[in-house]
Ligand binder design. Structure first.
Ligand code: FAD
Length: 390
């Protein structure tokens, strides 16, 4: 891509998608303004697990896109942009009872059918491979070539490398239509109007209201816990442990009085630091905050799966809110009827994995360069709604 004559772009939202968009646009010679209501990674990107993974995906557009997302992490790691931030490790999915073994086997067959590198481990080999896990685990499927990254570290690196100064504490309240009515002229912000040639809405859960997709993008909270360091136990685990329940989502309990029911999907991820990240819940609410019932349930499940975790202290719990769409797919592309407006939102639990790739795709869309990705399943017009421009 060339300099595009130094045209200007406003990117709304400094999460991983906005930061990556700003980076790739700046690389292509656009003059970028990155407008953020709070601070970089203040929302989901700063409160995520960070699995850069395809293990839990079903075959289809999300799996294909996630594979491309992982490949880009590896490339940016090798090129130095993500140096020290991307931990390459496998994901190890584990099954305990008969129905889990059956589900996991079916899922592994589907992944293998897509050409993914898998290893099936059982019996004595399983005990040698995962000496610390519960003896109740009967089958492990290792999915290779995956990794982990901390969302806010990636955001910080992308913004620093882009050379773009984040305009913090600046909320975009609406879009201002051009005289022709076919494009956007400016965004109305809490600090006044900002004009540009192009606009990118990458505001996570704040995107829907700006582009008339309220009701299509819904909040889905997740709670996570981080332990103290245990380098020996950490090093003995080949990769992230993912309970098959994550696929089945059968591990649901009612929420505390007055709150929505929630699902638990157990993941125990050995971090670069020697700590463990334990997650997480899926709750149909935008409330942030942690509650003891959920944390207790998560930790008890984690200790049951990996008993030596019982010796470690939890040093931090946190929660974040994912943006989930009605059909489970993100929204990426030009908004219908607005030539210079691109949206990228609705990444639910996949935005850390997909963020850099989507930023690259957004850069290409804005520049008018054909994308290497098939973005048709993610088209914003699939909901039959038009963008709202105030
Ligand atoms: C608990 C949890 C676990 C997760 N685990 C994983 C995982 O393992 N792997 C994975 O790939 N993904 C994971 N995710 C998902 C991932 O975090 C998100 O999909 C991703 O961070 C979304 O990035 P984003 O840039 O679209 O949105 P966000 O990070 O939400 O950023 C949007 C930004 O826009 C700003 N904004 C909003 N409205 C406005 C406005 N009107 N004006 C200006 N600025 C505005 C916000 O302040 C925010 O900074 C997880 C998420 C959660 C919550």
């Amino acid at each position: 891509m060339d300099g595009r004559g130094g045209k200007s772009v406003v990117v709304v939202g400094a999460g991983i998608v906005g930061a990556a968009s700003a980076y790739f646009l700046a690389q292509s010679g656009f003059r970028v303004r990155l407008i953020e209501a709070k601070a970089p990674a203040a929302a989901a990107s700063g409160a995520a697990d960070g699995a850069v993974s395809v293990a839990s995906k079903r075959p289809g557009p999300m799996m294909t896109t996630a594979l491309a997302g992982i490949a880009l992490y590896r490339q940016l790691d090798e090129e130095g942009l993500f140096a020290g931030l991307f931990k390459q490790r496998p994901t190890v999915m584990v099954a305990e009872d008969e129905s889990e073994v059956e589900s996991l086997t079916g899922h592994a067959d589907a992944l293998a059918g897509e050409g993914m590198a898998l290893r099936r481990i059982e019996g004595e080999a399983l005990r040698r491979y995962l000496p610390d896990v519960s003896s109740g685990v009967r089958l492990a499927i290792e999915v290779g070539n995956e990794g982990h990254a901390i969302g806010y570290e990636i955001v910080r690196r992308l913004i620093a490398a882009s050379g773009v100064a984040v305009e913090r504490d600046t909320t975009v309240h609406g879009l201002v239509e051009s005289a022709s009515g076919r494009s956007v002229a400016a965004v109305a912000t809490s600090r006044g109007r900002v004009e540009a040639d192009h606009f990118v809405i990458a505001a996570g859960g704040g995107s829907a209201d700006l582009i008339g997709l309220s009701g299509i993008v819904r909040p889905r909270k997740g709670q996570l816990a981080v332990t103290e360091r245990s380098p020996t136990l950490n090093a003995a685990l080949p990769g992230a442990l993912m309970s098959c329940r994550y696929l089945l989502s059968k591990d649901a309990i009612a929420g505390a009085a007055g709150t929505a029911a929630r699902r638990f999907g157990l993941v125990v991820d050995p971090l670069r630091t020697g700590q463990f990240l334990i997650g997480g819940t899926r709750e149909e609410t935008a409330d942030t905050g942690n509650d003891l019932a959920a944390i207790r349930h998560m930790l008890a499940s984690a200790v049951r799966l990996l008993p030596p975790l019982a010796r470690l202290r939890v040093i931090r719990v946190f929660s974040g809110v994912r943006s989930a769409t009605r059909d489970g797919l993100p929204i990426i592309g030009r908004m219908p009827g607005r030539d210079n407006l691109v949206v990228a939102t609705g990444f639910e639990g996949d935005g850390i994995c997909l963020g850099p790739l989507v930023g690259q795709a957004v850069g290409r869309i804005v520049a008018g360069v054909p994308s290497e990705l098939d973005l048709r399943p993610f088209a914003p017009d699939r909901f039959g709604q038009r963008s709202l421009v105030a």
